[in-house]
Design a protein around this ligand. Structure first.
Ligand code: TYM
Length: 335
């Protein structure tokens, strides 16, 4: 590690391998991961342990973990410069999670909205992993002494509990963990469903027209955006009661860098048909280089394995230092 790398602030984030990520994952998180990769010391993980909470088929989990790893590299992340790894390859995550479980109150974990939502949606499998999910996430972040965590708005509460757990541990045992800050983009932090713009775009939505997958074909992207729910006003402007148009404006803004007033001006006097066409073209252009790179990488399994191994080694070197520090502070006898 040279001096400049050492001085760079640390960024950590992760994504679950629960399916091909959506445009929501991309604009809310992954695009920022790529943007931050030059100026920060970045660690990005495929959170496969978190995915076990929804009990995926073992062969699906294995395949999706590899695919998600290829997706991260296809964003343009350099596995030499950044640390791109698979969570379960670094056992310190689970070890620190146990220690942090003992610094987390039952009541605060029970307040997590994601836990409440998921338990309501899947009453047949309310497992303890689902309950302690945010504690493992806290371990992911705190192990690397991260300064910033680029996430979408739906993960903000998990970042808050991470900060609370870290502060509590520091207060009880002495300064051990850096208190991380969330990094949530102004636009794109919550991309909404194309069919029901009151709800967030999600890869687990049963209606595939509601989300754009990052690997959808160009013509599928165009069709989905053209069938997006809007309103009857037929004026492209950001405003109350216009959730569908607001969402498309957010997407267009993220892909083109244009501000909302600039977009309103561009489509002044034009209908939703023209606007949707422009949004579709912008999304297609945004995702095209990524898709080409993904299709190349997914066929190079040896290269992916080599990069994952390197990522695990780099991550482990940092993780072991923080884990040992936490173990020592908590009074675990070390030899
Ligand atoms: P996950 O896998 O659900 O999503 C990955 C990232 O995508 C963001 N996101 C969205 N952003 C905007 N609009 C949307 N519709 C949308 N849907 C998802 C999420 O906010 C997230 O940033 N618990 C995490 C994974 C995780 C993690 C971590 C994140 C595990 N350990 C440590 C940060 C740090 C999750 O389930 O993300």
């Amino acid at each position: 590690m040279d001096n400049t790398t050492e001085k760079k602030k640390i960024v950590l984030s992760a994504i679950q391998p629960t399916g091909t990520p959506t445009l929501g994952n991309y604009l809310g998180a992954l695009k920022n991961w790529k943007n931050m990769s030059k100026d920060y010391n970045c660690l990005y993980a495929v959170a496969d342990l978190h995915s076990l909470t929804v009990r995926p088929e073992p062969q699906d989990l294995r395949r999706r973990t590899q695919e998600m790893y290829a997706i991260l590299l296809a964003l343009g992340l350099d596995p030499q410069e950044n640390t791109v790894f698979i969570q379960s390859h670094v056992p310190m995550h689970s070890e620190l999670a146990w220690i942090l479980n003992c610094s987390t109150q039952f009541g605060e974990a029970a307040r997590m909205t994601q836990f409440k939502d998921k338990s309501e949606k899947h009453p047949e499998n309310v497992n303890v992993g689902l309950f302690t999910y945010p504690v493992l996430m806290a371990a992911d972040i705190l192990l690397y002494q991260a300064d910033y965590v680029p996430i979408g708005a739906d993960q903000k509460q998990h970042l808050e509990i991470t900060r609370d757990i870290a502060e509590r541990f520091n207060n009880v045992y002495g300064n051990t963990f850096k208190i991380p800050e969330p990094f949530i983009g102004k636009v794109g932090a919550c991309v909404m469903s194309l069919q029901d713009p009151m709800h967030k775009m999600s890869k687990s939505d049963p209606n595939p027209k509601s989300y754009i997958s990052m690997l959808d074909d160009d013509n599928v992207i165009v069709k989905k955006i053209k069938s997006a729910v809007t309103d009857s006003e037929a004026v492209v402007r950001y405003g109350e009661g216009k959730d569908g148009i607001n969402n498309l404006m957010g997407i267009y803004s993220c892909c083109t860098g244009k501000t909302f007033p600039e977009i309103e001006k561009e489509f002044d006097g034009k209908g939703y048909g023209d606007f949707k066409q422009a949004v579709a073209e912008a999304v297609v252009a945004e995702l095209r280089p990524f898709k080409e790179e993904y299709n190349r990488l997914i066929n190079d399994k040896a290269y992916l394995a080599e990069c994952a191994k390197l990522g695990a080694e780099k991550a482990s070197r940092i993780a072991i230092r923080t884990l040992s520090k936490a173990q020592k502070k908590a009074g675990l006898f070390q030899i």
